[in-house]
Design a protein. Sequence first.
Length: 263
Amino acid sequence: MAQTLESEIEGVVATLRYPDAKSLREFIEALSKILDEARFDITQGGVKVAGMDPAKIAFIEVWMPRESFLEYDVDESRESIYMGVRLESLASALKKGKKGEPVLFRVSDDKVYVQVDSVVVKRFLMPNIEVFIDLPENITLEHDVEASVIAEVLKKAVKDVEIVGKEVEFEANDGKLVIRAKGEARSRVEAVLQEGVSSALLYLEIRKPSVSVYDVSYIKNVLNLTKIAESVEIRFSSERPLELIFKSPDGSRVRYLLAPSVV
């Protein structure tokens, strides 16, 4: 009898089954825009992965609580289990995964087995690689502006900005959140979200009027996360990092930090 891929993995220390291949693909593709390789830290409470791009401009952190999984079986004798993968390989495995199709992970110290339960069951076996992580712990920022907007509105605003220029400016003042860009030949585009007027602006707190500029291509890297989050939290201060937070209905969370552009 031919040996199956699943039978080739021994000493399994974690078995996880995520309910939605499409949502998982969005998480992985967002990570792959920033990182080549990633280390997933699997604990009793959930799965966390974080990293910073080589230029040290962007930081991304994904948290998936154990409650977001259909199956979550982790060796209780291990405080933490690491799953290191090349994100391009994992994204390729999930490429055609659809909404509602479960994804099974079986992790050993040297291998990772991935199974997508589609109409045709797809199985993949990849090495569990060692990924070096050099990150500051517990990155916390204080912001002068905190807002929450409908996810699709942010996506459209950033795409409009990209047509005009390479940088996007966020400004908050007088009960308004403005997302704008300036291009050549005095071309301009801006989206104005007015407190009490725009239904797309769910929340706005301005502790101090602020304006800051960021590279639009880096924001574009995570725009697909609007597919799994109904709203996005936007936090910033003048000439300080931008913080975007995407929350999935299943409790998963993506935190994205972006350094301001040097104007």
